[in-house]
Design a protein. Sequence first.
Lengths: 245, 196
Amino acid sequence: MNAERTVPVLQLRDLSRVHGSGETAVHALRGLSLSVSAGELVAVMGPSGSGKSTLLALAGGLDTASSGEVLVQGAELGAMSRRELAKLRRRSVGYVFQDFNLLPALTAAENVSLPRELDGTPAKAARREALEALADVGVTDVAERFPDAMSGGQQQRVAIARALVGPRRLLLADEPTGALDSDTGEAVLRLIRRRCDDGAAGLLVTHEARHAAWADRVVFLRDGAMIDDTGRVSTVDSLLTGDPA
Amino acid sequence: MSIRHGLLALLHRQPMYGYQLRSEFEATTGSTWPLNVGQVYTTLGRLERDGCVSANGDDSIGEDLQKTYAITPAGRVELELWFSTPVSRARRPRDELAIKLAMALVAPGVDVGAVVQAQRTDTLRALQEYTRLKTRAEDGELSWLLVLDALIFAAEAEVRWLDHCEARLARHRPAAVTAAAPPVHVSTRVRKPVSR
């Protein structure tokens, strides 16, 4: 592992999120710490209401922590103005959702180039980056199609291209295979895995163990706290010595 | 697992030596269930006794290693029967994990939640390892990928069942078992599991 890959892209430090106050306060997250480095994919599992979505929203600067810190590429989100936060979201963070969230009036290439254009990249350069991003996820052939003319799997690939276009290195995925059949869902996970192997940092929220298994680490949340962590799996040979009888 | 029928299926393709059968078996199942050569020859001996295979070779050397085994018509009938008969759930081994959880509920002082959690973490690690093997096996044989998928889906089902157990436990705490014996400590640190 090279040095760049050991630098955390995302750091969550003693993070808490409380909704409401007093007796009706709901503790969505309780003192959670987690870091995701470049080249690493971390999966978050847990029952409904365990804090998975809150965690993802805080990591992407869509919500504000009650206490604790969120650092994306070393920058602390709590210390940023709204304008700075919006800029960070555009430049550093990519989201992938269950229902793809592509803009229906834009082609695949336009969907991918839009965040770059919003960030001030000239249209021609943004389009070039978008086409490169689409090529990276293997859907160059749908670049000029609108979302309603694409399959679910193609739409999710476009969404992954959009999430990691340009300088973005943090991929936040919320049940990205929820709307896909088993085989297509696996292809999407394989792609997310590959993009992380290529240097992105990924945080994947899922309730499917089979999908979480694509991650380097799986952490479990319950009642807003991390109750377990599989750690990194270092060997793949220990299961090949089963009882042959 | 039926080594007997696995060997018959391989011999249905072509006659083979014992060592050859062993390596073909492992290649087809991705070494998930490695065979030792003794098991192969023991099984071949039984198949020959039952008239399902015939052995050809130089008996003067007196070694099984020199024999080529071929499937017989009776062997083909047994193989066809195997493929056409669903695997019976009733004949599968007892589920140790289900028994363990059932016992944990009735044994005094056992933290069933900790048992569930330790097992889930271990099963997820296994799932991660299978998934990595699958990445490696991407261009491998289809048969090996199917075996890996079987392991992956079975492990996933176990995790889902454990999630379900946890939710059920949270809803329905059983009446405390009278502590006639000292409590059993369950570490949530995962120990080396029993082989799957």
